[in-house]
Design a protein around this ligand. Sequence first.
Ligand code: GLV
Length: 325
Amino acid sequence: MKPKVFVSRLIDRDALDMIAEVAEIEVWGDELPPSYEVLLEKVKDVDGLLSLLSDRVDTTLMDAAPKLKVISNLAVGYDNIDITEATKRGIQVGNTPGVLTETTADIAFALLMAVARRVVEADRHVRKGQWKTWGPMILLGQDIHHATLGIIGLGRIGIEIAKRARGFNMNVLYHDVVRNEEAERQLGVKYISELNELLSTADFISVHVPLLPGTHHLIGVSEFALMKPTAVFINTSRGPMVDQKALYEALRSGKIFAAGIDVTEVEPISTDDPLLTLENMVITPHIASASVHTRRNMAMMAAENLLAGLRGEVLPNCVNPEVTQ
Ligand code: GLV
């Protein structure tokens, strides 16, 4: 008998075909994710689940899926899954690292540039009929070249940001729990052991750390207070890394110059959230990995993880390898 699989959204056709060759597959075809209640129902006799970061995979869900062997998350982040619980139950969890690194770094840099040079605001200015003349004092932004970039978290994505920054002659600082001397030699980045020092020195601050209990609200009122009034803040990691009320206040009061964010504390952000009233903020709807090429690669990788788990093999990209040791 073929194993059963639930795929919680429409993904690349080839990835789905690959799964369908060996498994009885049900795909959730709606644009919006299945509700938690529907997901509970859908997983009740599955061997494998291909989940998205919008699916909460917790103890109750695992209780509802007694046959579950593998959870393959279509994302590099997996804060939507209770990994400790999965490990306890011998369920392997897979993710999709690597393939989205540069695509994500590209959008972090795109936000950085858009915000610093007020690109989106300028576009609105033109469309609203406000372009009256070449104005020596209108829409002045911050220079990117030769400015100081502070990267929080020099992992795969952080390193790619540093490479892009070098092309703009930026001075790059980084803060991380571990120092990476090789990256310092290769990329000319400078380690700053105290986060507060990086926050007060950098012109641009970009966050690239995973969401963990210890990184929740890593950036809040006191961190924004340390930043320069000309600072540009970028978040393409996870919304809850930042205290969103503090971000709003920092932007509204001119405590910092501007922000570019791809993630929010609750997604989607409510359309009446005060953040959306601010001109000095550019927001995208969690699309950092959304290029045609990368989303296909992620789907293939997630399918490979899923199939390996169904065969009882170690997943090519497993976040809890202790399950099989
Ligand atoms: C997207 O946010 C991911 O974690 O892949």
